[in-house]
Design a protein around this ligand. Structure first.
Ligand SMILES: [Zn+2]
Ligand SMILES: [Zn+2]
Ligand SMILES: [Zn+2]
Ligand SMILES: [Zn+2]
Length: 352
């Protein structure tokens, strides 16, 4: 007993001796070289950050970097925003720094800047630690101890969210594993209902493809201006044929009660217009999708339907304008920044 206590105290004193010996060394390193080295690097990073940031929003670009013919840098979002504004105002888009004309053909990407920016440190939104930009996404989504996570019992109704490092302690106290079968069933049923709505939408789209008559057309919206006192931008396709009739599609930018460039929330709405008289009334379902030449990669298929009658009354052969299901204002700007908007329209004829 006494012997083992001696051994224990002996080894602990040995350990403390080693610690004492090591500590001054590491202190010496800190005092001698670390501050000078660190300060130099911080300054270089800050200086590079100043040089490489977007000249419009002053942020370090997260994705592609564009430059005007004089070399002024713009992040992808600002670049497309300037092109979109030019389209909306019917003016030539110009570099905000030097006023030289910018366009998709004259402005180029700057890959060296994109690479350099991805190596610069940036702080995590959750834990404020610094990482190279290239590592930040995986850190924030998988590794950060302070990233926001959901409780594992979310499927049976727990709405808890919190920092990942507190997930275990929440789950050890979470009341959801001990809920009665009835409560769990109610919660799961509510979840299932959300899934069912999605399923029904998919099924409705697929059911359209079982109709006798359907077709698609790759269309290009061209920009035009109304002849109002303040001309407004709208887009129209050239005529295309479907079900022995001629059609066009129109697209407008929202909001349309004020000048759209005064709003930073932009979206688009579209309508289908029948250009020829049908011999009998036609019920048509339709929706838009990205085509082979589209700027967009994804568009939720939201089918709409309309009954085109034989009566030639004003507006009878035009559907209402309805929202193009774009994800964000940035997507809207991307469409506006292009010369033409290419999409594919699917049309379905509900026969008698
Ligand atoms: Zn920017
Ligand atoms: Zn410039
Ligand atoms: Zn973090
Ligand atoms: Zn929970």
């Amino acid at each position: 007993m006494g012997e083992s206590a001696d051994i224990a105290s002996g080894s602990s004193s040995l350990r403390s001796a080693m610690e004492e010996e090591e500590e001054p060394k590491s202190k010496k390193v800190k005092v001698d070289s670390a501050p000078a080295f660190g300060v130099y690097h911080t300054r270089l990073e800050n200086r590079l950050g100043e040089i490489l940031r977007c000249t419009v929003c002053l942020d370090l670009p997260k994705t592609s970097v564009y430059q005007c013919t004089n070399g002024h840098l713009m992040c992808a979002a600002c670049f497309t925003h300037i092109l979109a504004d030019g389209r909306l105002r019917d003016s030539t888009p110009a570099c905000p720094s030097c006023r030289v004309e910018i366009s998709k053909s004259t402005s180029t990407r700057n890959l060296a800047v994109e690479k350099a920016v991805s190596e610069l440190p940036t702080t995590c939104d959750f834990c404020s630690e610094s990482f190279p930009r290239s590592q930040l996404v995986s850190h924030q989504s998988d590794a950060c101890p302070k990233r926001t996570v959901k409780c594992s019992y979310v499927l049976i109704g727990c709405k808890w969210t919190g920092p990942a490092c507190t997930q275990n302690s929440h789950e050890s106290e979470c009341e959801f594993p001990n809920m009665t079968g009835k409560t769990v069933l109610d919660n799961v049923t509510a979840k299932q209902e959300e899934v069912n709505v999605e399923k029904r939408r998919t099924r409705d789209v697929m059911a359209l493809f079982s109709l006798d008559k359907f077709t698609f057309s790759d269309i290009q919206f061209k920009p035009y201006r109304t002849d109002d006192f303040v001309p407004r931008l709208f887009y129209e396709t050239s005529r295309f044929s479907a079900f022995n009739q001629q059609w066009v599609l129109r697209l407008k930018v929202l909001p349309d009660n004020i000048e759209p460039w005064q709003s930073n929330q932009r979206s688009m709405a579209y309508q289908l217009v029948l250009k020829t008289r049908p011999s009998s009334s036609m019920r048509i379902s339709f929706f838009l999708q990205p085509g082979p030449f589209s700027e967009l990669k994804e568009l939720q298929p939201h089918p709409r339907w309309y009954e085109f009658t034989t009566e030639d009354e004003p507006g009878a052969w035009e559907t209402e304008f309805e929202a193009l299901p774009l994800e964000s204002t940035h997507e809207c700007n991307r469409l506006l920044s292009a010369k033409l908007i290419s999409l594919r329209v699917f049309l379905f004829h509900h026969g008698k």
